[in-house]
Design a protein around this ligand. Structure first.
Ligand SMILES: Nc1nc2c(ncn2[C@@H]2O[C@H](COP(=O)(O)OP(=O)(O)OP(=O)(O)O)[C@@H](O)[C@H]2O)c(=O)[nH]1
Ligand SMILES: [Mg+2]
Length: 205
């Protein structure tokens, strides 16, 4: 899919502040510093659409970006950032879960996982929470340029094996690097197909 136009729309503290849910929307979530904002910039071929930082905890709000004037990408705050106080962490998590659980126009949640490290309890917990809420999700293994193939395959397989202990099948998986732009076409094609299905369903309704 060709991205002709990518524009920042709004940063919202909570669901009630978000733009009208009048078009398909795809949200990016994952631990702080996993690369959510960078991935959004890579997908849009835009260096600085979403704010990124080497310091975790950069994204604090629900950020909507309008793509081609017809759908939204959403950059969310990261979960599990240890330097944020416990109560703030819970506040973030509540805001995110509320947004994800109640946002009618949300088509998919892209859960980003750092391919450099073994499975983390907090990621599994979050994926399972989405599962229990029956939220459609995909897994995105990030920063693949920073690992050897052998190393990341072992981390990725370990996470998949953990999930398959309780999940009947794995969600769609993507493998990305903002340096080599790996995974870009695959994710955009996936979104294009979802947008198409969404349009058909709306016509039938
Ligand atoms: N080498 C490499 N670095 C990456 C990649 N993706 C992100 N980074 C780096 O990782 C750091 C964090 O990236 P962000 O995109 O700000 O991460 P985030 O998940 O949005 O972080 P928060 O907003 O704090 O939750 C930055 O220094 C990025 O340059 C990648 O694919 N490869
Ligand atoms: Mg961010």
């Amino acid at each position: 899919m060709l991205i002709r136009k990518a524009e920042f729309v709004k940063s919202s503290p909570a669901l009630k502040d978000c733009p009208k849910p009048d078009r398909p929307e795809y949200a990016f979530i994952g631990r702080s510093n996993v690369g959510k904002s960078s991935l959004i910039n890579m997908l849009c071929s835009h260096g600085s659409l979403a704010k990124t930082s080497a310091t975790p905890g950069k994204t604090r709000l629900i950020n909507h970006f309008s793509i081609n004037g017809s759908w939204y990408l959403v950059d969310l705050p990261g979960y599990g950032y240890a330097k944020v106080s416990k109560s703030m962490l819970r506040e973030f998590d509540r805001t995110i879960i509320h947004y994800i659980g109640k946002r009618d126009s949300l088509c998919y949640v892209f859960v980003l996982i750092d391919s450099r490290i073994p499975p983390q309890a907090i990621d599994l917990e979050f994926i399972n929470t989405l599962g229990s809420l029956q939220i459609p999700l995909t897994l995105v293994f990030t920063k693949i340029d920073k690992t050897t193939q052998r190393e990341r395959n072992s981390h990725i397989q370990a996470l998949k094996d953990k999930l398959l202990e309780t999940w009947e099948e794995l969600p769609p998986c993507f493998y990305t690097s903002t340096i080599t732009r790996s995974g870009r076409e695959e994710i955009l094609d996936f979104i294009e197909e979802c947008n198409r299905e969404e349009a058909v369903q709306n016509k039938e309704a």
